[in-house]
Design a protein around this ligand. Sequence first.
Ligand code: G1P
Length: 295
Amino acid sequence: MKTVRKAIIPAAGFGTRFLPATKAMPKEMLPIVDKPTIQYIVEEAVRSGIEDIIIVTGRSKRAIEDHFDKSEELELFLKERNKGRLLSIVEDVAQLANIHYVRQKEPLGLGHAVWCARKFIGSEPFAVLLGDMLVDSDKPCLKQLLDVYAERQAPIIAVETVAWEETSKYGIVGGVELDDRLLRIERLVEKPPSNPLSNAAIIGRYVLEPSVFDRLETTPRGAGGEIQLTDALQQLASCETMYAYRIEGKLYDVGDKMGFLKATVELACKDADLQAPFLAFLKYRFGSGEGGGMR
Ligand code: G1P
């Protein structure tokens, strides 16, 4: 039985949707309440049982490495001032997981970023987590996939049902519904401009096997002129069994300003210290209107 111990987190994109904030700062460091988005992703991987993480970085991404590193000066500063709670928060970040880094030297797309981590993965199955999607759920999103992987021993991709008019923003999978949540994949298409196969959208969590690296090697540029992971998976799906799983949880597309704001407001409303004053402020300022949806 193959178990999954390693994960890849691609973090080399420019983050153009958040310019100018991302001109000199990685988009993965933008905080939701008080934690960089990439920390939520690393925590999800760790809570799912992942031991080793490789972050694929690019230019101007030093802040990510510094964030997960030990900070002697800051720890000393907090110790001397008896700031015990903050000290443990800072120490914990540096001890979350074994984090490794590799650079994607050219911005050739998600498929290429994943391929850059192939030597670290070797011959084991592995997870991929994209930083643009946060999932708030009791059972971590990746753990939901890993439980299905343990049973099926075949690659599995997390999906969520989206509005039909949103399908052109995502990788879309089509296949045979095995139950309420599980599909056997027949086809995948990256950002279909029209006539989508279905409205089951890839939401940035994957459990894959190393065979995908050979496919990535020869995958031509696809949507957006980039080497797409979805295209490599489409090639694999024609000869290997692969599943999609409709995950349980609340999804936030934090790569998008609206999704980022929704995550900020909703996670602030769940924060032990902020909950009462923040809810009181929202009520005072906006009344108790309803509204929502994923995006
Ligand atoms: C990537 C994937 C796409 C997926 C999306 C989820 O696209 O290529 O299949 O649906 O992430 O966020 P990106 O948003 O990086 O263009």
